[in-house]
Design a protein around this ligand. Structure first.
Ligand SMILES: Cc1cc2nc3c(=O)[nH]c(=O)nc-3n(C[C@H](O)[C@H](O)[C@H](O)COP(=O)(O)O)c2cc1C
Length: 323
């Protein structure tokens, strides 16, 4: 019996199988961050290909939070209708659809001269440059931006939300001791570094209610001395999940320019396994998962509950061609 093609639930949502299209930027947004026909066709095609869940790419919650100048956003009411066309096309093609909400923080390309924001004035590299340490008002505004974008995602018809707390973007920057040097309530130790994420989850829940699936993508290791490790991320998630998370998507890296020490088939599954032991919600593994046998082994051994397959589905949208 195939485990990959057995159903699973994320919160209140039943998925027909356990294969997820992970969020992958398409660099096709308009200058103002609007989705278009490209996004509608791209995501609907992959839904038709058979995946159990489509997660639409990193979508900016604020103009200064875009990761690239051609990223899509949900930072105004005008962004809702173009993304509603994407969501309804994906659902009509047979898969539920989430959107990944993101603020790039110090790794953003601020729109039209906006500010480069981060928990602390610590640069990622010389190209992005030195960010401004966020004031308490900036922190409150960023949490509100996540909540407003979440509300717009519901209005656009998405079935759920993934909060992007991986790959060195703003939520991750608050969590990691390497990028959060604050001494106030939002830093100073593991509990303080969690506070912004907790605030974002609570604001999003207040905006969308408790029944919409809300998930989070984390980097389970910074691959850097003194940075986050799977155990510290697991401890953080133990505190965050009860605030209203329905699944955890486990990636790694991105906080510093240093690449991971070793990559290879399924190299991040060992992180998913640690997180899965720590939390009672489903865990999605991702990263160089390529064969049917690999997927079945990951699921059979209880290392994750779902698996995401990224780059192969960009090339071959039909699941039957990649598994
Ligand atoms: C073109 C491209 C764009 C990506 N954009 C995002 C993104 O928007 N959000 C995100 O969390 N990860 C993003 N990723 C990472 C993927 O979601 C995934 O974790 C990664 O490709 C590893 O999975 P794979 O080996 O199956 O491709 C992107 C990857 C690629 C190749």
């Amino acid at each position: 019996m195939s485990l990959a093609f057995s159903p699973v639930s994320i919160g209140s949502l039943r998925l027909k199988n356990r294969i997820v299209l992970p969020p992958m930027q398409q660099y096709q947004g308009s200058a103002e961050g609007f989705a278009g026909a490209y996004h509608r066709d791209h995501y609907a095609r992959r839904a038709r290909g058979g995946v159990g869940l489509v997660i639409v790419e990193s979508t900016a919650v604020a103009p200064e939070g875009r990761l690239m100048i051609d990223d899509v956003g949900l930072f105004s009411e005008a962004h809702v209708a173009p993304l509603a066309a994407v969501a309804s096309a994906v659902k009509a093609a047979g898969a539920p659809v989430f959107v990944q909400l993101c603020h790039g923080g110090r790794k953003a390309v601020p729109h039209r001269g906006g500010r480069l924001l981060a928990p602390s004035a610590v640069a990622y590299d010389d190209v992005y440059g030195m960010p401004e340490a966020m004031s308490l008002a900036d922190i409150a505004a960023a949490a509100e931006a996540f909540a407003m974008a979440a509300k717009r995602a519901v209005a656009a018809g998405f079935d759920g939300i993934e909060l992007h707390a991986a790959h060195g973007y703003l939520l991750h920057q608050f969590l990691s001791p390497l990028s959060n040097h604050r001494e106030d309530a939002y830093g100073g130790g593991p509990e303080g570094r969690l506070r912004f994420l907790a605030g974002v989850i609570c604001s999003v829940r207040a905006a969308v209610g408790m029944s919409l699936p809300v998930t989070i993508r984390v980097s389970a290791s910074d691959h850097a001395p003194g940075g986050l490790e799977p155990e510290s991320v697991a401890a953080a998630l133990r505190a965050l999940v009860p605030l209203g998370l329905d699944a955890i998507h486990v990636s790694s890296g991105g906080l510093t320019p240093t690449p991971p020490p070793e990559t290879g088939p399924g190299y991040q599954v060992r992180y998913a396994e640690v997180i899965r032991r720590a939390v009672a919600v489903p865990v999605i593994a991702v990263g160089q998962i390529r064969t049917r046998e690999q997927v079945e082994d990951i699921l059979a051994q209880g290392r994750a509950d779902l698996v995401a397959i990224g780059r192969p589905l960009l090339i071959y949208p039909d699941l039957s061609r990649v598994l």
